[in-house]
Design a protein around this ligand. Sequence first.
Ligand code: DGL
Length: 264
Amino acid sequence: MDGRQIGIFDSGVGGLTVVREVWRRLPNERILYFGDTARVPYGGRTASEIEGFARQIISYLQACGVKLIIVACNTTSALALDKVEREFDLPLVGVLRPGARAAVKATRTGRVGVIATEGTARSGAYERAIKELMPGAEVLSQGCPLLVPLVEAGQAHSREAEEALRGYLAPLLDRGIDTLVLGCTHYPYFEDEIKQIVGPDVAIVDPAGETVEAASELLDRLDLASPAGTGPDEFTVSGDPEGFARVAEKLLKSRLQRVTRSAW
Ligand code: DGL
């Protein structure tokens, strides 16, 4: 048993879709969330920039004393995690491999669509991870650069977002996908809109569930799970804490306690 916090990070409010899963599945765990809102979006950045950000944030969370980190960012999981995780003596769980596992469980035809940031889509990381598990799979990735800025601006449920989604999803639907991976942690906020567009025959996969399962197994295996009642969560950002709290509250429909600007 270990009452220390779990660190979770992303570029902004996207990783809160993973926090939501931790609340559901691991209610005893206490979270220290880091949102890199001064540098969001990550999607158009180079691999070396993303690696640098990951090193900096992981070092910061480690110095805060977390016991495990969930990298709640597909772009970081795709572009940096394999390299950076070897440098730290701390368990790290990304979202991409769990997402690939969930996709393989969900697909019947092996034709899988992935919507993601441009960086994740261009990296081919989902394609590789899915094909490792299911060599015959056909994986179609679509970069969606307009979506993250809309979520961060509090415009997830807007006509603009719906039009952008229709444009991004049309080529995947034309190719007959039966499963769609939400390959960016900002996208589960669009789940209702996406369901409307893709219809009932396409399974929608949010990697968050499988990711938190993986974290949970690791906590159990390393004897790091928390006892009950260890205290409140904390949220810290590199940009404006009020703006973050306002958008987060609108998206999660619940209030975040303790949102601060990180002192790093
Ligand atoms: N939410 C992150 C991801 O899963 C980053 C998105 C961004 O900042 O562009 O990829």
